[in-house]
Design a protein around this ligand. Structure first.
Ligand SMILES: [Zn+2]
Length: 164
């Protein structure tokens, strides 16, 4: 899913454990894989080089597409942090800190995936294996409209449960 969805859901999950930030971080981190297991839409990352023989072993092609992808990801990332901050801003600083930490933890697996594409270390590979396995359960290709609409709906449902 897109980073904004991972961020807001991660923030919401971390807010469930206000007195235990470590548990909150872990729960938000795990929420990433739960969300990725749901059939969903993602925007294209053109600079990601797929490897048809070994799908786990893709890489990154640096160039013009990489700059465009970087901008897309950066906007998505900032939107995730800003929304998480604003949604959980009404109860003061502690809530906002938890929200930002949860947002970070929720998006973190995608940062690790990117790091894996570049560095390919053993540790990153074991996380990438899990990430890849859950992400490939059912692949769908909805239009951009339905893709975004469904992720907004997921955010709304999670916030409804957490904020009620
Ligand atoms: Zn992911």
């Amino acid at each position: 899913m897109i980073l904004t969805t991972h961020a807001v859901v991660g923030a919401a999950v971390a807010e469930l454990f206000p007195s235990n930030p470590i548990l909150g971080f872990c729960a938000a981190f795990l929420s990433h894989f739960v969300l990725d297991a749901i059939p969903h839409w993602d925007y294209k990352i053109k600079s990601h080089k797929k490897n048809p023989e070994d799908p786990l072993n893709g890489g990154v092609k640096f160039g013009k597409d990489f700059i465009i992808d970087l901008l897309k990801v950066l906007i998505d990332l900032i939107l995730g942090f800003v929304l998480s901050f604003l949604i959980f801003s009404k109860d003061g600083l502690k809530n906002q800190e938890i929200a930002l930490m949860g947002a970070f933890a929720g998006m973190f697996p995608d940062a690790l995936q990117f790091a894996y594409w570049i560095f390919k270390t053993k540790f990153l590979k074991s996380i990438q294996k899990i990430h890849f396995a859950v992400h490939q359960i059912i692949e769908i290709k909805p239009s951009v409209f339905w893709g975004i609409f469904s992720q907004v709906a997921i955010i709304a449902i999670v916030l409804f449960i957490v904020l009620k």
